[in-house]
Design a protein around this ligand. Structure first.
Ligand code: NAD
Ligand code: WQD
Length: 339
C-alpha cells in the first residue's frame, strides 16, 4: 500500500486524516514542529487504529530535515497541512504568517522535486473566494480579495501550486478548499485543541460549556440572513478527513491539477450552532449578541458537486453529530492534550 507524508499532521485535521488513512490501509508518516499541536494526538491515533505512525519533529521549512524524511521513507504522496491559521494573529503578525506558510510550501515543493515525489494535496480554504463571489461557491469562480493576511497566504500558495504544476506536468496537485471544520472523532480521544483564546466559533462554544470561558459573544445580529447572524458551511472533521482519503485514492490515479470544495453545501447560522449544541448536549452555552467582527462575510457555503462527481465523496454527518462530538471531545479533555 502507498505511503503518505502528512506535513503538519499532528494538528486537528491532520490527526483525523491520519486515522482515516490508516483505517483505509495506507502507511502514514507525520512531520510537525508542534507549533500548534502535540505528539499526543498521534499517539492516540496509534491507539485508536492499532497501527504505527512514523513521527518526525521537524519544521517543514527546513529543507535538510525534509531531505532526510524523503531519504528514509518511500513517500508516494504528501498532504500539506502545515501552517499557521489564526486570522486575527495574521493581521497583527503578517510577516510571521507569510514566512511560515509560504516557506513551508516552497521547501516541500523543492524537496519533493529533488526526491522525485509527484503527488501533493494542499489544505486550502474557502477564504480564497474572497468578498465578491456569490454563494454557493463553485471551484470555477476566480479567487477574490481576501480580508486578512492568513487568507492571502492561502491564495498565494494556490498560485504557487498552479505555477509549479504548469512548469512540471508530471506533478499532480489537488487543492482542497475546506469550509468550516468542527466536531471530533466519535471516541472523543482526538479533537481540536487551540492554544490561547479560540478564534473559531465551536472551540469557543465548547470552552464556555466546560467552564473555561465565561460567555460567548455572537458577532453581529443585523446581517441580511434569516436570523441576522452569519451563515457558514460547517463540516464534520471526520467527513473532511474521509475526503482526504478519497483525494489520495484519486491523485494516485490521475495527473494534473484539480480544485475541490470540501463542504456540506448546507449553511447554518451562529444561532443554529448555539441552539443545536445546547439541545443535543443538554448544556447551557451562555451567550450575548455583540458587534460585527471585522472581515466576516454574511454567508459562505459550498457547492460540493464536483467532489461527489470526481471523488465519489459527500458528507454523511449531521449538525447534531458535529455538536455532540465536539462536546464529547471537550468534556473528556477539558484542557485539550495538556493534562
Ligand atoms: P492545526 O493548527 O491544528 O494544524 C496545523 C499543523 O501544522 C499544526 O500541527 C502545527 O504545529 C503545524 N505547523 C505549522 N507550521 C509548521 C511548520 N513550519 N513546520 C511544521 N509544522 C508546522 O490546524 P488545522 O485546523 O488542522 O488546519 C490544517 C490546515 O488546514 C492548515 O493549513 C489550515 O490553514 C488549513 N485550514 C484549516 C481550516 C480550519 O478551520 N481548521 C479551514 C481551512 C483551511
Ligand atoms: C464562524 C462564525 C463568526 C467566534 C475562519 C477563517 C477561514 C477558515 C475557517 C481557515 C462567524 C461567528 C465566531 C465567536 C461568533 N479557516 N463567531 N463568535 O470566520 O467563518 O472562518 O475559520 O482557513 O479562513 O476565516 O470561522 O469559526 O471564526 O466563525 O459569533 O466567538 O461564528 O462571526 O459568523 P470563519 P469562525
Amino acid at each position: 500500500m502507498a505511503t503518505v507524508l502528512l506535513a503538519g499532521g499532528a494538528g486537528y485535521i491532520g490527526s483525523h486524516t491520519a486515522l482515516e488513512l490508516l483505517n483505509a490501509g495506507y502507511e502514514v508518516v507525520v512531520a510537525d514542529n508542534y507549533a500548534n499541536s502535540s505528539p499526543e494526538a498521534i499517539r492516540r491515533v496509534e491507539k485508536l487504529t492499532g497501527k504505527p505512525v512514523k513521527l518526525y519533529e521537524a519544521d517543514i521549512r527546513d529543507n535538510a530535515a525534509l531531505r532526510r524524511i524523503f531519504a528514509e521513507n518511500r513517500i508516494d504522496a504528501v498532504i500539506h497541512f502545515a501552517g499557521l491559521k489564526a486570522v486575527g494573529e495574521s493581521v497583527a503578525k503578517p510577516l510571521m504568517y507569510y514566512r511560515n506558510n509560504i516557506d513551508t510550501t516552497l521547501s516541500l515543493l523543492e524537496e519533493m522535486a529533488a526526491a522525485g515525489v509527484k503527488n501533493i494535496i494542499f489544505s486550502s480554504s474557502a477564504t480564497v473566494y474572497g468578498e465578491a463571489n456569490p454563494v454557493p461557491y463553485t471551484e470555477t469562480m476566480p479567487r477574490g480579495t481576501c480580508s486578512n493576511p492568513y487568507g492571502w497566504t492561502k491564495s498565494m500558495m494556490e498560485q504557487i501550486f498552479e505555477d509549479a504544476q504548469k512548469a512540471d506536468p508530471a506533478l499532480s496537485v489537488i487543492l482542497l478548499r475546506y469550509f468550516n471544520p468542527i466536531g471530533a472523532h466519535e471516541s472523543g480521544m482526538i479533537g481540536e485543541d487551540p492554544q490561547g483564546i479560540p478564534n473559531n466559533l465551536m472551540p469557543y462554544v465548547t470552552q464556555v460549556a466546560v467552564g473555561r470561558r465565561e460567555c460567548l459573544t455572537i458577532f453581529g445580529k443585523d446581517y441580511p440572513t434569516p436570523d441576522g447572524t452569519c451563515l457558514r458551511d460547517y463540516i464534520h472533521v471526520v467527513d473532511l478527513a474521509k475526503g482526504h482519503v478519497k483525494a489520495i485514492d484519486y491523485i494516485l490515479q490521475h495527473d494534473g491539477l484539480e480544485i475541490f470544495n470540501l463542504g456540506t453545501g448546507t449553511p447554518y447560522s451562529v444561532t443554529d450552532i448555539v441552539e443545536t449544541f445546547q439541545r443535543v448536549n443538554g448544556v447551557e452555552v451562555k451567550h450575548v449578541y455583540g458587534e460585527r467582527r471585522a472581515g466576516d462575510l454574511p454567508a459562505s457555503y459550498a457547492n460540493a458537486d464536483k467532489a461527489l462527481r470526481l471523488l465519489g465523496w459527500k458528507t454523511e454527518k449531521t449538525l447534531d453529530d458535529m455538536c455532540r462530538d465536539s462536546w464529547n471531545w471537550q468534556r473528556q479533555n477539558p484542557n485539550g492534550y495538556r493534562e
